[in-house]
Design a protein around this ligand. Structure first.
Ligand SMILES: [Zn+2]
Length: 344
């Protein structure tokens, strides 16, 4: 049923391991890291790219990419194959941008360096904000996710920083970064959209739950993560935190900012054969799921979150959240296959 040779070929084990959160260091022709399968204190986990296999000298675990995924997610071989087909095969830094970096309405040649400068400034600031980092960790967004997705925190001083870099404050005002000199993202967690590692847009989220929770740049909203989403299948989430949860767990994923279906957004998703819809577990989320199913047809696969879980990020606060979500995705895939077979 699954072409395992193709799966092994399309999902190099090192890329899958890194996308799953392992930190690997090259030595000789091998990659070495801390084993995810036992309480490893010194790196005993070795990946051999030449044979696309791994072995842990601490606990003896070893095998190919399918074995790695099945062990990591505690699923069987078949489920590991299904999971690989709908998960990110490579870390984002290796991804080639599929979409050009566009910043319409504002002169993009002037806007791009300002967005980059702002994200770099906020990114540096978050490192000295233990309370913010603790808050993100409590939402399941750990240090690796913060670093990899260049999350930041709005502190005062952006105006000075832009002046220091001789960047145009008028363009910063047009972008909505400043308003009559006031720095609008102060006190917010900054979540950028990255294209080839470079920010082209960002949103700022309040630390409390008061509405409106998000403040966006005054340029068109992207679909978060679209440039680096790989493979034929993706997970589509409703908000930035849900998206960060999914990508943090290694799923190839994109994040809508809201649930609205626009014709433009369906075109942007054309390259994906399967879109797993993971919206909020409420009436609005269910309505959005119906709309997207109608729009995407057979390619849409609705994923049902367990009762009592408000959204995907809510699962990340549970110790076994990743396994629970993996199970939800696999159940959705199975149901979709059964429906297709019945129709055929
Ligand atoms: Zn081990």
């Amino acid at each position: 049923m699954y072409d395992t040779d193709a799966i092994r070929r399309d999902h190099p084990i090192a890329g899958v391991a890194v996308a799953s959160g392992l930190q690997l260091r090259p030595t000789g022709g091998r990659l070495v890291g801390v084993c995810p399968f036992h309480g490893d204190s010194n790196p005993s986990f070795v990946i051999y790219p030449s044979s696309q296999s791994y072995y842990c000298f601490g606990c003896g675990a070893g095998g190919d990419v399918l074995d790695f995924v099945s062990r990591l997610h505690r699923v069987d071989f078949k489920e590991a194959a299904a999971l690989l087909q709908c998960s990110a095969p490579l870390p984002v830094s290796h991804a080639r941008p599929a979409m050009p970096a566009t910043v319409p309405a504002v002169d993009s040649a002037k806007a791009t360096p300002i967005i980059e400068a702002a994200v770099a400034f906020y990114e540096a600031a978050i490192r000295s904000q233990p309370k913010v980092l603790a808050y993100l960790a409590s939402r399941g967004l750990g240090a690796a996710t913060v670093r990899h997705y260049r999350l930041g925190f709005g502190v005062l001083g952006l105006g000075d920083e832009l002046r220091r870099q001789s960047l145009d404050p008028d363009v910063a005002e047009q972008l909505g970064l400043l308003s009559e000199g006031r720095e609008r993202f102060v006190g917010r967690v900054v979540i950028p959209d990255l294209v080839g590692g470079r920010p082209t847009w960002f949103t700022g989220r309040r630390l409390d739950e008061r509405e409106p929770r998000y403040l966006n740049l005054r340029i068109p909203k992207p679909i978060l993560g679209l440039a680096s989403a790989q493979g034929a299948s993706i997970v589509m989430t409703e908000g930035p935190f849900d998206w960060l949860t999914a990508v943090g767990w290694g799923f190839s994923s994109v994040g809508l900012l809201g649930t609205r279906v626009s014709s433009g957004s369906t075109e942007l998703l054309e390259r994906f054969e399967e879109v797993y819809l993971v919206f909020d577990n409420d009436d609005t989320g269910r309505r959005a799921t119906d709309e997207w199913c109608e729009r995407l047809g057979e390619r849409a696969i609705p994923v049902t979150l367990p009762p009592g879980v408000a959204d995907l990020n809510g699962l990340s606060c549970q110790a076994n959240g990743r396994q629970v979500f993996t199970r939800c995705v696999l159940d959705a895939a199975r149901a979709a296959r059964a429906t297709r077979q019945q129709a055929a």
